[in-house]
Design a protein around this ligand. Structure first.
Ligand SMILES: NC(=O)c1ccc[n+]([C@@H]2O[C@H](COP(=O)([O-])OP(=O)(O)OC[C@H]3O[C@@H](n4cnc5c(N)ncnc54)[C@H](OP(=O)(O)O)[C@@H]3O)[C@@H](O)[C@H]2O)c1
Length: 323
């Protein structure tokens, strides 16, 4: 098969041996791979794959089932699927634990389905399992213009929350409102002031944060009584101080999670919940993949430069010639 490898700090398409599916795993012919900000971190050596995972970059794919490993039930060769992976997505073939597969119905674009697994599983597990977001509550999504954020905005709305979000320009904020955000703010402006204005000073019930340390004080200040701050990214650093007295007075909580490092059974549980609860939202149009551009797999280098440029809205996809 062909896979993207890092050579002299460049991403190059290389011929490599096919992976083979172990017990409980499935081999896929990859149609497309989603590009995530974490891929840039992995390439720079800051986010190594967990033990046992492929060292090929790529956390999500869509494609068709090519081969079933021992003991796999419920899937057949030729099934159209997408999947969340611990690694190995930037390739023409990928091995996936069967519990991480989601079906792609005939009337969905197989390529575009690669934009969903990582963002949907991340948004679902954090907003629902960790954040316990309830209908009528207010959600703040930092970066509604991003791959995860564009899905979290739509999911928050579909769950019945009032959704506030941020993006890097007025035009990008307007696109977040088109996705269903009630209020979208340019993140270069005074976000806490905008949140105060939008909530009548009450604050928000849940914050999905991709910024980390640099936003911690503002985030805690923006929480309503009983609020839940969930940190999933550290784009503005990972070490900060928090005023515990403020948290105590608000009876608020701060959580941190990662999807990639979770045990297989955790990921399978999240994927099963997504299939039951989120897939119907995709089927009826309440939630859609937001695809900025589809590039050939061989242009992974250009895809990373594009994501780094800050121009991408939603998700970039790398498509194989099997698509
Ligand atoms: N913990 C997990 O399980 C998990 C899973 C998936 C992703 N993540 C993390 O989540 C983050 C987003 O991933 P992604 O793939 O969705 O990346 P992405 O598509 O590049 O999105 C990044 C988002 O961050 C926004 N942003 C950048 N600087 C900002 C600032 N100063 N204030 C507010 N927003 C700002 C961007 O807004 P503009 O472009 O409009 O400026 C954009 O919406 C990454 O840090 C990634 O590592 C974590």
């Amino acid at each position: 098969m062909r896979a993207i490898t890092v050579s002299d700090d460049r991403l190059v398409l290389t011929e490599v041996p096919d992976p083979s599916p172990g017990p409980g795993e499935v081999l896929l012919d990859v149609a497309a791979a989603g590009v995530n900000r974490a891929d840039l971190l992995q390439r720079a050596g800051h986010y190594p794959p967990p033990p046992g995972a492929s060292d090929v970059i790529g956390l999500e794919v869509s494609g068709t089932v090519r081969e079933l490993g021992e003991g796999v039930t419920g899937w057949r060769v030729g099934d159209r699927v997408c999947a969340v992976l611990a690694g190995g997505g930037y390739a023409t073939r990928a091995v996936v634990p069967a519990g991480q597969l989601l079906p792609v119905p005939q009337d969905w674009e197989l390529v575009d389905a690669a934009a969903l697994p990582e963002a949907v599983c991340t948004a679902w597990s954090n907003l629902v399992d960790v954040g316990r977001l309830a209908p009528g509550e207010t959600l703040l999504v930092h970066g509604g213009s991003g791959g995860v954020g564009s899905v979290a905005v739509q999911l928050g709305r579909a769950l019945g929350a009032r959704v506030l979000t941020t993006a890097g320009s007025p035009a990008r904020a307007a696109r977040c409102e088109d996705l269903g955000a009630d209020v979208a703010v340019d993140h270069h402006d005074d976000v806490p002031a905008a949140v105060t204005a939008a909530t009548g000073g009450r604050g928000v019930d849940v914050i999905l944060d991709v910024l980390g340390a640099g936003a911690l004080a503002d985030n805690v200040a923006m929480l309503a009584t009983g609020g839940r701050l969930i940190v999933i990214g550290t784009q503005r650093g990972s070490r900060a101080e928090v005023n515990l007295l403020t948290l105590m007075q608000k009876r608020a909580s701060v959580h941190g999670t990662t999807l990639r490092s979770r045990p297989l059974e955790d990921k399978a549980r999240i994927v099963a919940a997504v299939r039951e609860r989120v897939w119907p939202m995709v089927a009826d149009g309440r939630l859609r993949a937001v695809v900025h551009e589809r590039l050939p797999l061989a242009e992974a280098e250009r895809a990373h430069a594009l994501l780094d440029s800050g121009e991408v809205f939603g998700k970039l996809l790398l498509i194989t010639d099997t698509a």
